[in-house]
Design a protein around this ligand. Structure first.
Ligand SMILES: [Fe+2]
Length: 324
């Protein structure tokens, strides 16, 4: 089946995304959870959910609201905090994360959250069997009836082994800036400036077991990037601004909160219609190593750059043909 080229996370109805609401005992909403894309391949890549983590219910303290403390044995979770704020409890520490932050959780990191306000919580995962087949499960459940999802035998047959529950967490308060898992584009690990583009490394590959990395392209309005034949599916998340996708002779607009999917090998271009922040959430291109070597060549041996570049691009899966 063809993948949807553009998915607007701010418009679930238009994007065909189904929402499931969970409630607290007092009837207030706890979360509105939506499976956006199931995972692909042995690492369950390109797996996305979009959740509203609802404000803590009336009369409940943050500590009581943080009882969902858990870890993932093998799964990696990356969340864009796209509105509101929440307490994050992480391995004995607590901090406040807010709109603009990005949370990168590695396996075995014990975590729970308590929302101070409603939080738009956009999740991008790999190696996480909890959400890897959510859409497939929902499709079967829609045929068998909604109660089937509560059936222990149905749950067991899904084979998820990744989730491990823990006790309600104790904690000390710390600033978010001191917690490595809390990322923000204002504090990139590395930054590379080009005339019409700034590339920021937000999550390096070594924090993702070598499987993915998270890189942000800050495109100035009018910038156009063209890709040739690329070896993997490409997946981007537009967090700010607006870009035009050109693919197979068609043009589509992706604004704020849109996911862009491009089938493997298919040449395409992205053009910033206004200043835009575009994250490579598929994470297959080895941008960080490529940019470090590119910068080294430009600094130490500029005369070798033109000759060395094709091999460098091939090694790191960089299929960009032009930045205009
Ligand atoms: Fe989790």
């Amino acid at each position: 089946m063809d993948i949807p080229w553009i998915i607007d996370l701010d418009d679930h109805e238009a994007s065909g995304i189904r929402d499931f609401t969970r409630y607290h005992a007092n009837g207030e909403r706890e979360e509105v959870m939506s499976a956006v894309m199931d995972g692909l391949g042995p690492h369950g890549l390109y797996n996305i959910t979009d959740t509203i983590m609802c404000k803590m219910p009336t009369g409940v303290t943050p500590e009581e609201a943080s009882k969902m403390n858990h870890e993932h044995r093998l799964g990696f979770e990356l969340f864009f905090v796209d509105s509101g704020s929440m307490y994050l409890y992480l391995e004995g520490r607590r901090c406040i994360i807010k709109e603009g932050d990005i949370l990168q959780l590695q396996p075995t990191q014990m975590h729970s959250m308590a929302s101070i306000e409603d939080v738009k919580w956009r999740g991008f995962f790999h190696d996480l069997d909890s959400f890897n087949t959510s859409i497939a499960v929902n499709q079967v459940a829609s045929r068998l009836g909604p109660d089937v999802k509560q059936d222990p035998a149905f749950q067991k047959a899904q084979g998820t082994k990744d989730h491990r529950r823990h006790e309600q967490p104790t904690f000390v308060d710390v600033p978010a800036e001191t917690v490595n898992a809390v990322k923000n584009p204002a504090r990139p690990l590395a930054k590379f400036d080009f005339p019409c583009l700034t590339v920021k490394v937000i999550v390096p590959r070594w924090e993702n077991w070598g499987v993915t990395e998270l890189v942000l392209g800050e495109m100035k309005a009018g910038t156009r990037i063209r890709w040739g034949y690329h070896p993997c599916r490409e997946q981007y998340y537009v967090r700010r601004g607006k870009v035009k996708l050109s693919l197979f002779g068609e043009e589509r607009i992706a604004g704020k909160s849109c996911v862009i999917n491009v089938p493997m090998l298919a040449p395409f271009s992205l053009e910033a219609l206004e200043d835009a922040e575009v994250y490579d959430v598929g994470g297959q291109t080895e941008w960080f190593n490529f940019l470090l070597d590119y910068h080294s060549l430009r600094t130490y041996s500029p005369e070798r750059l033109a000759e060395a570049l094709p091999a460098l691009k091939e090694r790191d899966g960089v299929a960009i043909e032009a930045i205009e």
